[in-house]
Design a protein around this ligand. Structure first.
Ligand code: B1M
Length: 212
């Protein structure tokens, strides 16, 4: 049984009040924040996805669990963020067109912010044109795209094409990620980096910026 069993059960049930209280209790007891995130929250969302695949739960329950996880993340986010550091680089991030999943993208954003990057978040369902227009406007160092559906992955090469058409492809590094995305896919669509999780997204972003 996991140390975060009660938290996990509350997220599965979509019981926001209990989940938030359990997160706070774990933090007060000195639990490692990364463990709360990995074992208590992320692993539980995998279980939610598994139950959804098996037809045990449906979209409303999945949504409720997602909302519950997001409320818990609000408590731990400040602990990942360090103030007053010089920016390590500008990152433009969003979930691609047609895709509404934002928990993973928000985790990546939170970890990058914590590592000292300056983030502009375009949110979800971001069209290739919006990515291109914002890239022209704010001139980021890295354009970061997230996709959780195999059906929305093709928005990634379309976004790269839009950046090309806007004449900004060579001015940025492109990083992609999300559960169905792979390193092989990143190479196929000529992205500059793939990251499998929020932690490695930070490592890859630093390496793209030539910093360690
Ligand atoms: Co959706 N959903 N969903 N869903 N949902 C999945 C993704 C699915 C795998 C569930 C399943 O069937 N087992 C499946 C996709 C199948 C596929 O295409 N391969 C699925 C489906 C089918 C759907 C709908 C089509 C269901 C329907 O309506 N019939 C629908 C689509 C809506 C749409 O987007 N247009 C849908 C809807 C939803 C909700 C809205 C209810 C909700 C999202 C709420 C929200 O995000 N605000 C939801 C949820 C919660 C999930 C699951 C259960 C959990 C996703 C999650 O938040 N995981 C998911 C099953 C699963 O993933 N196990 C599922 C936790 C999160 C921390 O992990 O997002 O993977 P993840 O992010 C990780 C890494 O991937 C990586 O780092 C993160 C942290 O380590 N990462 C990056 C992510 N982005 C990155 C970017 C990077 C680098 C790393 O660089 C830029």
């Amino acid at each position: 049984m996991s140390e975060f069993q009660a938290l996990s059960e509350a997220v599965l049930k979509g019981d926001i009040k209990t989940a938030v209280a359990e997160t706070q209790a774990a933090m007060d007891a000195g639990a490692n924040i990364q463990d709360i995130l990995d074992t208590g929250l992320i692993a539980t969302m995998d279980e939610v996805g598994d139950r959804f695949s098996k037809g045990i739960i449906f979209v409303p329950q999945m949504l409720r669990s997602a909302k519950t996880m997001q409320e818990c993340m609000k408590l731990i986010t400040p602990l990942f963020q360090k103030g007053g550091v010089t920016s390590k680089g500008k990152v433009l991030i969003g979930t691609v067109k047609g895709d509404l999943h934002d928990i993973g993208k928000n985790l990546v954003l939170m970890m990058m912010e914590g590592a000292g990057f300056t983030i502009t978040d375009l949110g979800v369902d971001v069209t290739p044109e919006k990515f291109a227009q914002k890239t022209q406007e704010i001139e980021p160092d890295i354009v970061a795209m997230s996709a959780l559906l195999s059906t929305t992955m093709p928005s990634m090469p379309l976004t790269i094409e839009a950046l090309q058409n806007a004449g900004v492809r060579d001015k940025v590094k492109i990083m992609i990620g999300g559960a169905p995305v792979t390193d092989k896919y990143a190479q196929e669509i000529k992205a500059d980096a793939y990251a499998s999780d929020a932690g490695s997204a930070v490592t890859k972003a630093k390496s793209l910026m030539g910093i360690s």
